[in-house]
Design a protein around this ligand. Structure first.
Ligand code: NAX
Length: 328
């Protein structure tokens, strides 16, 4: 049997972790032929709860789970990992300003970036789910100078999947008929889900829908604010869908995106589409053999341009704020 892929998950005792770990262990990432080894990071007070989760993982007797290690020391837990899924982050507490949130997460992602830089495997890929995901990825990347910048990405796949689902519901098409969805920008309310390049059964989605009012005032806000709607309904934030998207993103990154389609990933901007270079910005990308490439040459209309610029402006502000705090 091939050697196990070593996968680190941070925040492993949290809500997303409770769904993510079982799907990773059962083969949702790499199929039934490649075992994985889980290396789980938590803060000290959550280690006992994590032990309970590991007991449940043991009780599943997953054939593809080669082993599990847990700990609170990032340099130990990240040792030799090929894939790091950075899920744990500091949520916004009562009375916390945005700058407090950036600072609290900055402390986490500077330390984790440094630890990955020191001990991860040479082929490591790092996916950031913990919010503010784009800026956390930027902080980790900036603190890991020996890891190529293109190995870092932040999760906008949940937004991408939400956009596909909303479009499928509107058009009556199955989700499998929807291709080339793009989320541009930040994983936040300013994100821009683009129907001018997405296709429904091979036709441009905006033409199929032919309803600018729905596109602007229903579709975009529904996708962008879906997280809040889930909190309203469920009493806690999206967890199973976030775990599923985290796996979708990692699987496509490692194994390749589907022929004739693309996926959304927040990656370091190289200036494509006039997005300021260096921002971690969500683009349409194709992936192959563990690498991604931005889909170039799409025509951008005026409506899209304004939305893409607005989300870039928000990310620029976040970057300037963490720069001001000395985190990057
Ligand atoms: P939970 O609060 O249930 O779990 C987070 C876990 O992280 C906790 O167990 C905590 O002890 C741990 N943690 C905190 N600091 C840590 C550190 N320094 N090292 C290791 N572990 C640490 O949150 P959950 O619902 O699982 O969400 C996790 C993160 O995902 C949050 O930041 C959340 O905002 C973010 N999300 C991102 C999404 C995306 O699409 N990018 C969607 C879902 C989710 O909102």
């Amino acid at each position: 049997m091939t050697s196990p892929l070593k996968v680190a998950v941070t925040g492993a005792a949290g809500q997303i972790g409770y769904s993510l770990l079982f799907r990773l262990a059962s083969g949702a990432l790499l199929g039934q032929d490649r075992p994985i080894q889980l290396q789980l990071l938590e803060i000290e007070p959550a280690l006992k709860a994590l032990e309970g989760v590991v007991m449940e993982l043991d009780d599943c007797a997953f054939p593809t789970l080669a082993g599990v290690e847990i700990g609170a020391d990032a340099e130990k837990v990240f040792d030799g990992v090929n894939l790091a899924l950075l899920v744990g982050a500091r949520p916004r507490g009562p009375g916390m300003e945005r700058s407090d949130l950036l600072e609290a997460n900055g402390a986490i992602f500077t330390a984790q970036g440094k630890a990955l830089n020191a001990v991860a495997a040479d082929d490591v890929r790092i996916g950031v789910t913990g919010n503010p995901a784009n800026t956390n990825a930027l902080i980790a990347m900036s603190n890991a100078p020996d890891i190529p910048a293109e190995r870092f990405s932040a999760l906008t796949r949940l937004d991408h999947n939400r956009a596909i689902s909303q479009l499928a519901a509107k058009t009556g098409a199955p989700v499998t008929d929807i291709k080339k969805m793009t989320i541009w920008g930040n994983h936040s309310a300013t994100q821009y889900p683009d129907l001018f390049h997405a296709e429904v059964g091979g036709k441009i989605a905006a033409d199929v829908v032919n309803d600018q009012e729905w596109l602007e005032n229903d579709f975009i806000p529904t996708v962008a604010k879906r997280g809040a709607a889930i909190i309203d309904a469920r009493g806690s934030s999206s967890a199973a869908s976030a775990a599923s998207a985290t796996i979708d993103a990692a699987r496509d990154w490692l194994l390749g995106s589907a022929e004739g389609d693309w996926v959304s990933m927040a990656v370091r901007s190289d200036g494509s589409y006039d997005v300021p270079e260096g921002l971690i910005y969500s683009f349409p990308v194709v992936t192959k053999d563990g690498n991604w490439e931005i889909v170039e040459g799409l025509d951008i209309n005026e409506f899209s341009r304004a939305k893409m610029d607005a989300t870039a402006a928000e990310l620029t502000e976040e970057r300037d704020a963490v720069k001001g705090l000395g985190l990057i």
